[in-house]
Design a protein around this ligand. Structure first.
Ligand SMILES: NC(=O)c1ccc[n+]([C@@H]2O[C@H](COP(=O)([O-])OP(=O)(O)OC[C@H]3O[C@@H](n4cnc5c(N)ncnc54)[C@H](O)[C@@H]3O)[C@@H](O)[C@H]2O)c1
Length: 249
């Protein structure tokens, strides 16, 4: 799909990977990018960056865990811009300061709801509007954690494996609805999520991993998301963006 003149929604767009994708979509010629996040003030900042690239931007305060909130987001996008071509299901949370299994029960539910349930619901709700405008592309943000055991973040890893499997199970939607569903699986990316893992910063278990690799930039992931949006054969694609080993300084 040519991104020129298309209408996109990015969830988790207030910062990190979502912000980078929103800006990259605008730079690639998208007509409008709708920024969905709970952090409205930071989403407004992303909106400024998107406008600076020449696209229309609106920040719609959204809690992806709430079906009504997701429904409003999609309805508002279609009514305001007349179409929905691209959805980046990207909002995500991890165990945060805690290490599995010492994760508060509420947090367990929230991780599953944000990382997996919202991806499924977002996809479900985007199908009809995408069909109405001739088809679309959905790119989910999974993680390298989908493929290897991550004992310290077992809930997070399980949800990301679920996103990969869901993505693969959505291949027939390309034929039935004209909607290609794919996902990116980033390694470690320099974002606030990593900074907020562990008590007071990347904990004992994560810091040695960070020290052993070249960290990815959010823009690296955004580039892969855009490549999937453009690729007419992206349905079911699961793209890993891996960290290179740290080069000796
Ligand atoms: N940073 C990494 O190393 C890394 C690696 C692999 C995958 N990922 C995934 O990339 C995605 C983006 O993460 P990031 O690193 O940019 O983190 P981030 O914390 O900087 O951004 C995540 C965004 O999601 C938003 N969000 C969380 N819960 C929400 C909710 N209920 N409703 C609406 N918005 C909500 C947050 O407000 C935040 O702006 C996540 O799905 C994450 O799991 C990150």
């Amino acid at each position: 799909m040519d991104i020129q003149d298309k209408v996109a929604i990015v969830t988790g767009a207030a910062r990190g990977i979502g912000r980078a994708t929103a800006v990259a979509l605008a730079a690639a010629g998208a007509r409008a990018v709708v920024l969905a996040d709970q952090r409205q003030a930071q989403s407004e900042q992303t909106a400024e960056l998107v406008r600076a690239e020449g696209a229309e931007a609106v920040a719609v305060e959204t809690d992806v865990v709430e079906v009504n909130s997701l429904q409003r987001l999609i309805e508002e996008t279609e009514s305001r811009f007349g179409a929905l071509h691209v959805l980046h299901n990207n909002a995500g949370i991890g165990e945060g300061a805690d290490v599995w299994p010492d994760v508060p029960i509420d947090r367990v539910g929230a991780i599953v709801d944000v990382n997996l349930r919202a991806v499924i619901l977002g996809t479900r709700l985007a199908l009809a509007p995408m069909q109405r405008c001739g088809g679309g592309a959905i790119v989910n943000t999974a993680s390298g954690a989908a493929f290897a055991p991550l004992p310290q973040q077992a809930v997070y890893a399980a949800t990301k494996a679920g996103v990969v499997h869901f993505t693969r199970s959505c291949v027939p939607l390309a034929e039935s609805h004209g909607v290609r569903v794919s996902c990116v699986c980033p390694g470690l990316v320099t974002t606030d999520m990593v900074r907020e893992t562990g008590v007071g910063g990347p904990g004992e278990w994560l810091q040695p991993v960070i020290d052993s690799v070249e960290m990815l930039a959010p823009e690296d992931i955004a580039a892969s998301v855009l490549a999937l949006v453009r690729d007419p054969k992206s349905a079911g694609c699961v793209v890993s963006i891996e960290n290179e080993p740290r080069k000796p300084s």
